[in-house]
Ligand binder design. Structure first.
Ligand code: PMP
Length: 402
């Protein structure tokens, strides 16, 4: 099929596989099937009341107009204070740009810096959007396999081997979607030593899950381990995951002035400022009571423990304990080659995912979408009851395999 009115730029990317899986699960549900969807990557909690109230107040006092393109001074100051308090990083408001979610920050950064053919190193498994964003910006994604026996993390040797003269960016995401893998300060230092030999490589840290961490508090930051990288690093974050604010669409980027200014120029002619009301809510989230963060992480931890134990008790499946984020990345290598009750052989993780959906109505996302097989990603951002039902159904489906 040809799409004469659609740009090549769009034809080379694909819609998000997790959105696709979620829509498929919803379609089956509409057909009357009982579906347990463990697909979506967003907190199942409501945004805390004091944050919602800050938004209402903002509307009432007339914060309903364009804001400064880079975001309100109040929010950028709140971000500066957060970076110092939580990460020990020192920035000024001029080094911050507020964006329409972290997703827009990452895309704008790539759009503002990539020349056609520039390479972007993406440790795999990765968040599904990175490679497609790079492609949409005419760059070349360079996935680097980070297998389970490496804790799903990039090593200095892996980084060294992937860097070429065309490398523009390294994207790091810790804790990671989909594995929860979290870099230690020592691991960051090892990567920084390689980067020291390649001064033209820029680094993007996607810190969106920094607080969803099960031991040891906020995840270490690359820039506290390797402050010498500050002038070539963009630190990307947002309120979506930490404060259950996915719908409010507030993210940000902190970085050196030249890069931040390039983003500002790009955004000034593309997106404009982020929602004024959401910015007021985000400022309240960052400056007021932080109790919600620890409370929600405690709940995620219980779900992780129970769900991982359930999965690890199923013969043929295993998962390592994620240190953070809210996903299990389940190794389904033990099911490959087995046969379904109607005689189909499971050849790939995509086959396993389809079998789970068809046979027991459990929706998860295949590891191939994240660049590492044979795995599937299971989201624990849902209730204990739904997770227990999902695990029981997966166990039944596996028991039925020949
Ligand atoms: N980075 C990662 C790793 C994510 O998982 C997500 C959300 N799925 C985002 C960024 C985007 O977050 P936001 O809602 O702020 O756009």
């Amino acid at each position: 099929m040809s799409f004469p009115r659609v740009a090549e730029r769009v034809r080379r990317i694909k819609p998000s596989p997790s959105t696709f899986a979620a829509e498929r699960a919803n379609a089956l549900r509409r057909e009357g099937r009982s579906i347990v969807s463990l697909v979506v990557g967003e907190p199942d909690f409501d945004t805390p009341a004091h944050i919602r109230q800050a938004a209402s107040r903002a509307m009432e006092v007339g914060a309903t107009r364009y804001t400064a393109l880079a975001g309100t001074f109040e929010l950028r100051q709140a971000i500066v204070a957060k970076l110092e308090r939580e990460n020990g990083l020192v920035y000024v408001p001029d080094e911050i740009i507020v964006t329409n979610g972290a997703k827009s920050a990452i895309y704008s950064a790539l759009a503002a810096t990539l020349e056609p053919g520039d390479e972007v190193i993406i440790p795999a498994p990765y968040w599904v959007s990175y490679p497609d964003m790079v492609l949409a910006c005419d760059g070349l994604p360079v996935p680097v396999a980070c297998p389970e026996n490496q804790g799903f993390k990039l090593t200095s040797a892996g980084l060294d081997a992937a860097i070429t003269k065309r490398t523009r960016w390294l994207i790091l995401n810790s804790p990671s979607n989909p594995t929860g893998a979290t870099y230690s300060a020592a691991e960051y230092r090892a990567l920084a030593e390689v980067l020291a030999r390649h001064p033209s490589v820029l680094v993007m840290t996607d810190d969106i899950y920094e607080h969803i961490r099960f031991e040891g508090g906020t995840a270490p930051h690359l820039l506290s381990a390797a402050p010498e990288l500050r002038d070539r690093t963009l630190a990307i974050n947002g309120v979506s995951k930490t404060y259950a604010m996915t719908g409010w669409r507030i993210g940000w980027v902190a970085g050196p002035r030249d890069l931040v200014r390039a983003l500002d120029t790009f955004l000034s002619q593309s997106a404009g400022n982020s929602c004024s009301i959401s910015q007021a809510a985000a400022a309240a989230a960052l400056t007021q009571d932080q109790g919600f963060v620890a409370e929600s992480v405690a709940i995620y931890r219980e779900r992780r423990d129970a769900t991982a134990a359930g999965i690890n008790a199923i013969p043929g499946l295993s998962c390592r304990m994620p240190e953070g984020a809210f996903y299990l990345f389940v190794n389904c290598g033990g099911l490959i080659g087995r046969a379904t009750p109607d005689g189909r052989r499971l050849e790939t993780d995509g086959d396993v995912v389809l079998y789970l959906l068809d046979s027991v109505g459990v929706a998860v996302v295949a590891g191939s979408a994240y660049g590492l097989s044979p795995y599937f990603r299971l989201s624990i951002a849902t209730s204990h009851e739904i997770l227990a039902d999902g695990v029981a159904r997966i166990a039944r489906a596996v028991a039925d395999l020949a």
